[in-house]
Design a protein around this ligand. Structure first.
Ligand SMILES: [Zn+2]
Length: 217
């Protein structure tokens, strides 16, 4: 099987442009990586953490899955891909920050809401997005009269907060936080307007970052 044409063209541009400019950097970091930040984002093709944060190679340790979910800590011998990545980021790389990055129009979050109405979402997706069930059910009872759009948005925020609290069930995460070596962050990206919101733990709100960018010249 040959490379799909768009990938072939993209690789060629990468070699001619970015790699050409940063070849020294690539060569230097070939032996090891030392990123300060881990981002847990959604697999959604529109929400690329490297693009959003203008990150170069080696700068962000990225994990992407359906709906940017972190499951609770379970050392049960199961196949915990995301949890293994958290373990590696904290224990081996010693990242200083973990950012859970949710986003607008998240299909995984929509799937979690669909499950509450007993709509099928996929045999593997169902148990995964059901990790969000406690936050979802609390939200559904609190926002019973809300529009689907408002519910979706609120659930996107709730999902980030649930993943942050699940992160704190990992003993090595809690330990790194208590030693002031690690900080957890929640964020949300709107896609269409590239709005980035950052969770303020004191006010429990997602605040828009850089609101003065528009018209700032
Ligand atoms: Zn998503």
């Amino acid at each position: 099987m040959s490379l799909p044409l768009d990938l072939r063209d993209g690789y060629q541009r990468f070699r001619q442009q970015r790699f050409e400019l940063e070849s020294e950097r690539y060569r230097k970091m070939a032996k090891s990586q030392n990123p300060d930040t881990m981002i847990i984002g959604c697999a959604d093709s529109r929400v690329d953490p490297g693009a959003i944060f203008s990150a170069g190679p080696g700068e962000i340790f990225t994990v992407r899955n359906v709906a940017a979910i972190v499951p609770p800590y379970e050392a049960d011998g199961g196949l915990h891909g995301t949890s293994a990545e958290v373990e590696f980021a904290v224990n081996a790389l010693g990242v200083k920050n973990i950012v859970v990055l949710g986003h607008g129009q998240c299909g995984g979050v929509a799937a979690s809401l669909a499950l509450a109405k007993n709509q099928p979402v996929g045999v593997l997706i169902e148990p995964w997005v059901n990790i969000l069930a406690p936050a979802r059910d609390e939200l559904l009872s609190r926002m019973s009269g809300a529009t689907p759009e408002d519910l979706q948005r609120a659930m996107e925020f709730q999902a980030v907060k649930l993943s942050l609290s699940n992160l704190r069930t990992f003993p090595f995460v809690e330990e790194a936080i208590s030693q002031n070596k690690l900080t957890l962050h929640g964020a949300w990206f709107s896609i269409g307007e590239a709005e980035l919101r950052w969770w303020n733990s004191e006010t429990d709100t997602f605040e828009t970052l850089l609101p003065d960018l528009d018209g700032a010249g």
